[in-house]
Design a protein around this ligand. Structure first.
Ligand SMILES: [Zn+2]
Length: 221
């Protein structure tokens, strides 16, 4: 064969391989080695549904009016953090109206208290049902915002463990942000920017979170 022909065939083979990868990616079926999946390092996870349900009840009210996938993700976060990490969490904030957001914004500014947000009404993913905040629970039932808390004695910061778990469930985690680090915050935007949302665009209710294979296994699906 002429050199040009061989080169042509090699190019064709690469082209087919790339096309295959593209199709696999669009179907969400990439071989796992090609996906940047965080390894949660959970070997066995004996599920304690009674304990999980008891925790879910504490957060039920806060989970109302969220996007179905955000709500499902929050519930799974509560369940898996309990059974897999022995960390109890409670949802402190979910959907917030724009008025509630404005009130929160005034805290530490026109009102007393510490500044807890840089977002005015309509400027937060909470106002669109796409975000929630959580807090760590202590065995005595109290809460802690100690950012070094290691209640389960794993040698790892509990907030980081929950952060990793939430990301594997398909959330963006505020603990990764550099401009305004928001460790208790998770959001799921389905590619929607605040500008999109302000213009009235909304992610379809039917959209499902992009979870890792490890999570699907832990949830037994
Ligand atoms: Zn938040």
């Amino acid at each position: 064969m002429r050199r040009g022909t061989i080169f042509g065939w090699i190019l064709f083979a690469f082209g087919m391989f790339a096309a295959g990868l593209f199709i696999a990616a669009s179907m969400n079926r990439l071989p796992s080695v090609l996906i940047d999946e965080p390894d949660l390092g959970i070997e066995a996870c004996p599920r304690d549904e009674a304990a999980e349900n008891a925790l879910l009840r504490k957060s039920a009210e806060r989970l109302e009016n969220l996007h179905p996938s955000v709500r499902q993700g929050a519930e799974d976060l509560i369940r898996l953090s309990k059974s897999c990490y022995d960390i109890d969490i409670r949802i402190t904030q979910g959907y917030r109206t724009k008025k509630e957001q404005d009130e929160l914004f005034s805290q530490g500014r026109s009102k007393s208290g510490e500044i807890v947000t840089n977002a005015r009404g309509g400027e937060s993913m909470h106002n669109y049902g796409l975000a929630f905040d959580f807090v760590l629970l202590k065995p005595d039932g109290g809460i802690t915002y100690d950012l070094n808390h290691d209640g389960n004695g794993s040698g790892k910061n509990d907030w980081n463990e929950i952060g990793m778990l939430g990301k594997a469930l398909g959330f963006d985690w505020g603990g990764d942000w550099t401009r305004f680090k928001d460790v208790p915050h998770f959001e799921m935007t389905f590619g929607h920017s605040l500008n999109d949302l302000k213009k009235g665009k909304r992610p379809a209710e039917s959209l499902i979170a992009d979870r890792t294979d490890e999570i699907e296994e832990l949830l037994g699906k």
